[in-house]
Design a protein around this ligand. Structure first.
Ligand SMILES: NC(=O)c1ccc[n+]([C@@H]2O[C@H](COP(=O)([O-])OP(=O)(O)OC[C@H]3O[C@@H](n4cnc5c(N)ncnc54)[C@H](OP(=O)(O)O)[C@@H]3O)[C@@H](O)[C@H]2O)c1
Length: 355
């Protein structure tokens, strides 16, 4: 029997606990270690996973544990140091989005990942969704022709605080665009891959709380590719529940999909996917439920395939640089009140190479 792929998990907070469950319920994976700084989280990890070694310091865990994968699910400002250390140790790295909170940190992780043979996956699990991933397959099949317009829109309740309130601290979260709209930039760029990379971006945002003017409750951005195809990414955190919409129009047909739940992590969402190929309108049946909790299980399984069979990561370091880069440059567009030439900035960060 093949030995299970051994995961060392850095972070046992709200999302890290979902990672732990997804690892432990995968028959080909094993949770070998968990690191969390607070005694409360360490006690919870020890109780839930008595076989795992528990650490207070993720760096010490990386240095001392026998594992195949380092899974990084800590506050975003810690990602660069942990990712560089884990890559240097020779392990495969699953790094939660955002890759990092600054362009320089993202570029450093790209260099480290490429120096380590590309053994890093970014946690853009929406690509593995039976719904958002299916849209990519529909586009690739040519059913709607060449995509020219993408809308990814979310209306939801405010974000969770995070351990020690890091998610409401610009120095640690980077920005709120790096929290959820980053997934939408990744999807839109993925759907528009046939049009080349984004070249220009403009964004708007506002906050209803004068104490945090740069953490935007409402955010919208538009990027265009060189051939004129463009995407709109839009989010409001000043709403209720969790309701996401994707629309894609091509030269022949169009797609419209929606997902609704009381919470982002509900396991009983309502969802639909309607496809118009220019002649017929079809309501697609989703083969399995869509939602980030389900996609996380797919992400862990994909990571196992990377380690065992050298499969390509669901999203590479360069994908991570692009998704984080679009978010960071959207913030700059809001600050400057003008469009940004994103191609020039991200190409420079990527060392002049196209993905
Ligand atoms: N892909 C997705 O859909 C998705 C969804 C949610 C979150 N995320 C990402 O996942 C990451 C974690 O988010 P979360 O919601 O799980 O946050 P969280 O609930 O605040 O958990 C953070 C974890 O990291 C630990 N931690 C705090 N400061 C640390 C430090 N300086 N060094 C090492 N560990 C530290 C915390 O320790 P204690 O528990 O001991 O306090 C906690 O275990 C973020 O980057 C977030 O953007 C991705």
């Amino acid at each position: 029997m093949t030995a299970p792929v051994r995961f060392a998990l850095a972070g046992f907070g709200a999302w890290g606990r979902y990672h732990a469950t997804a690892i432990q319920t995968n028959p080909d994976a094993l949770l070998a270690a968990v690191a969390a700084p607070s005694p409360a989280s360490r006690a919870a990890a020890a109780e839930a996973y008595p076989e795992a070694r528990i650490f207070s310091d993720p760096m010490e865990m990386i240095q001392s544990i026998d594992c195949d994968v380092v899974d990084i699910v800590t506050p975003s400002h810690t990602h660069r140091t942990l990712a560089e250390t884990a890559l240097a140790s020779g392990r495969f790295v699953l790094l939660e989005k955002p890759m990092a909170t600054t362009l320089d940190d993202c570029a450093a992780i790209v260099r480290a990942a490429e120096g380590a043979g590309g053994r890093l996956a970014i946690g853009h699990e929406l690509r593995l969704s039976s719904q958002w991933g299916e849209i990519h397959r529909i586009i690739a099949s040519g059913m709607i022709g060449h995509p020219q317009y993408v809308l990814v829109e979310l209306s939801r309740k405010p974000y969770r605080l995070g351990a020690d309130g890091w998610r409401y601290d610009p120095a640690r979260v980077g920005s709120w665009v790096l929290e959820e709209p980053i997934h939408f930039f990744d999807l839109a760029r993925w759907y528009l891959a046939g049009s080349g990379e984004p070249v220009e971006l403009v964004a708007y945002g506002n906050s209803h709380d004068p104490a945090r003017p740069t953490l935007y409750d409402n955010f919208s951005a538009l990027f265009r590719c060189a051939d004129g195809a463009y995407a709109v990414v839009s989010q409001t955190l000043a709403a209720f529940e969790h309701h996401q919409t994707v629309k894609v129009s091509g030269t022949r047909g169009a797609v419209w999909a929606g997902w609704s739940g009381a919470l982002d992590r509900t396991t009983e969402p309502t969802s639909f996917l309607r496809v118009f190929d220019g002649e017929r309108l079809v309501d697609e049946h989703l083969p399995r439920a869509s939602g980030e909790v389900f996609e996380l299980h797919e992400e862990i399984a994909a990571c196992v395939r990377c380690v065992r069979h050298g499969a390509a990561p669901i999203a590479t370091a360069r994908d991570g640089l692009w998704s984080a880069g679009l978010c960071i440059l959207a913030e700059e567009s809001i600050r400057r009140g003008e469009p940004i030439n994103v191609a020039a900035v991200i190409d420079r960060q990527a060392g002049g190479k196209r993905s």
